[in-house]
Write a protein that binds this ligand. Structure first.
Ligand SMILES: Nc1nc2c(ncn2[C@@H]2O[C@H](COP(=O)(O)OP(=O)(O)O)[C@@H](O)[C@H]2O)c(=O)[nH]1
Ligand SMILES: [Mg+2]
Length: 213
């Protein structure tokens, strides 16, 4: 786990110190080789993390799905996604090149609480995170929000809109989740590449703003 993460991460900075150096270089000198950055995609079970990574990845997303068994019945809430028969056990991984010189490596977190011990490794060296939210189960993203707030990793909240569900204003979601004013809250669709790219651009922009001069 640790070695797989450090292979692609721009640095092995501790969790408390997300690496902004690569981003600043990218801003200052675009003639250099592509800057590789690491982005974490988080959110509750079934919110669309695997879909999100799969929608934009240039490489066949590496997925570690397992067929769900009755052992997970009590912990995995399937009421909103009854058709779901597999679950991501370790993580999703994908790559997206933006503008030829910025390469984003996307790491999806495992949604189930019992895998949270993996998060410290997952966020090491990341420039930021996308917290996916489903308005039917908003509270599912509190743990991710708390986690990124506590380690001061820049993040954006992306409301993954499932058709047939009520549409809420980003402002309402911001209030419901008590997301601080400076943190972008966007509505998107994890199945639509363009909206996923927009979400990632918003995160990169936000991470740049958050980076100390
Ligand atoms: N209608 C709709 N379904 C979605 C959307 N995003 C994901 N799904 C479906 O919701 C289910 C859960 O998505 P998945 O990406 O596996 O969630 P994960 O557990 O967060 O990785 C899958 O059956 C997806 O096809 C969306 O934006 N709209
Ligand atoms: Mg998944």
């Amino acid at each position: 786990m640790d070695s797989a993460v450090s292979d692609v991460s721009p640095s092995s900075d501790p969790v408390e110190d997300p690496s902004e150096e690569g981003l600043r270089d990218w801003q200052l000198d675009r003639s250099k080789a592509p800057i590789a950055t690491k982005i974490v995609v988080a959110g509750g079970f079934g919110v669309g993390k695997t879909t999100f990574v799969g929608s934009v990845s240039e490489v066949r997303p590496l997925r570690t799905e397992a067929v769900m068994t009755s052992a997970g019945e009590e912990t995995d809430d399937l009421t909103a996604t009854p058709e779901k028969t597999t679950t991501t056990v370790v993580m999703d991984f994908g790559r997206l090149t933006l503008d030829d010189d910025l390469v984003l490596y996307l790491f999806g977190t495992p949604g189930q609480q019992r895998f949270w011990f993996l998060w410290d490794d997952l966020v090491r060296g990341a420039i930021g995170a996308v917290v996916l939210a489903d308005t039917r189960r908003l509270s599912d993203c509190f743990p991710a929000l708390d986690y990124f707030e506590s380690c001061r990793l820049p993040y954006v909240v992306a409301v993954n809109h499932f058709e047939g569900t009520e549409t809420y204003d980003a402002q309402d979601v911001r209030e419901a989740l008590s997301v601080p004013a400076g943190v972008p809250v966007l509505t998107m669709d994890a199945r639509k590449r363009i909206t996923v790219v927009d979400t990632l651009l918003a995160l990169v922009g936000h991470a740049l703003e958050a980076a100390p001069e």
